[in-house]
Design a protein around this ligand. Structure first.
Ligand code: URA
Length: 237
């Protein structure tokens, strides 16, 4: 079932192969239970995380799951891969069911990856309207000039997609390292932005996605569930 809302009768007709009359009868007999109380109408709204029972039979009982993971180098940001370990392989089997990745990292990039089974939440994270900032630490092979900083700020043209990148902040840490703050996530974006100036990115590490940070006590390959505050903070962005 998608995370968008649907009507109770439509849900039961599709999921349980009942007809309209049968659903109406179950409702009148008070045999449909929604989140622990009797359903009150055929068009009552239900969504992916509404618990739905008919008598004692559980028809749906999905739990939303939100995980942050410290991705090491050499791990694929995908749910399946025939050659390499994926971020899903780093989770326990019970945690990993039905999860998708909210914002990938390249094979050799490290840092924060978010995983969830809640499509509405991950769409909010990736939607351009949300303006969610992603913060990275990079080390490079040549000193970063003011011209590079200015170009990140005004946008760099990517001929392949025929787009100009949105303004990005480049904060110099020392001659060969900087923090980059982006509001989008094009394919290999940071490497290509530096590549424009013949600068090679040697290490790329994601520190945060919007209000969610990579905790200092999380080690490479480790993961933990987000706090209720972290989950809500994304919806408020
Ligand atoms: N930009 C890149 O080039 N690689 C990443 O993994 C993330 C952003």
């Amino acid at each position: 079932m998608p995370s968008i809302r649907t009507r109770l009768d439509r849900f039961l007709i599709e999921k349980e192969h009942l007809n309209n009359r049968e659903v109406r009868l179950l409702l009148a007999q008070k045999r449909i239970i929604i989140d622990g109380t009797n359903a009150h109408s055929m068009n009552q709204a239900v969504h992916k995380y509404t618990k739905i029972q008919i008598d004692q039979k559980i028809i749906q009982n999905n739990r939303p799951c939100y995980i942050k993971l410290y991705k090491p180098k050499g791990i694929v940001s995908a749910t399946k891969d025939s050659k390499h370990k994926t971020v899903i392989d780093l989770l326990t089997a019970s945690e990993s069911k039905d999860l998708h990745i909210a914002g990938r990292l390249d094979f050799n990039s490290t840092g924060l990856i978010l995983l969830t089974n809640d499509g509405r939440w991950s769409r909010k994270l990736s939607s351009p309207e949300s303006d969610i900032e992603k913060r990275y630490h990079v080390t490079v092979d040549k000193p970063i000039s003011q011209k590079v900083i200015d170009s990140f700020n005004t946008g760099i043209y990517f001929a392949f997609e025929n787009i100009t990148t949105r303004p990005a902040l480049l904060i110099i840490k020392d001659e060969y390292s900087a923090e980059v703050i982006l509001k989008e996530g094009k394919y290999h974006q940071i490497k290509r932005m530096f590549g424009h100036f013949q600068i090679e990115v040697l290490n790329l590490h994601r520190l945060s996605i919007g209000p969610i940070e990579l905790d200092h006590d999380l080690h490479e390959g480790e993961s933990k569930h987000l706090s209720p505050e972290e989950i809500d903070s994304v919806l408020k962005e």
